[in-house]
Design a protein. Structure first.
Length: 67
């Protein structure tokens, strides 16, 4: 998957993911949040990460804890 390929880049992808979490498109934000979660927990499944990211986005968040 694209997310697994991105997390293979390790810390090199963090800046790109951070930028994507503030994108105007909620789908882009959710995918970036899910990918960032996989970066921090590679054993997590993508589907649960996406569902968590969708909840954050629907609440108007970027997953940055107020940043």
């Amino acid at each position: 998957s694209l997310s697994r390929a991105l997390i293979a880049l390790d810390e090199a992808v963090v800046e790109v993911l951070d930028a994507a979490t503030t994108a105007p498109d909620p789908i882009v934000r959710a995918h970036a949040l899910a990918t960032r979660r996989l970066l921090h927990d590679p054993d997590a499944g993508f589907a649960p990460a996406v569902e968590e990211a969708k909840r954050v986005v629907s609440l108007g968040g970027s997953g940055h804890g107020g940043r």
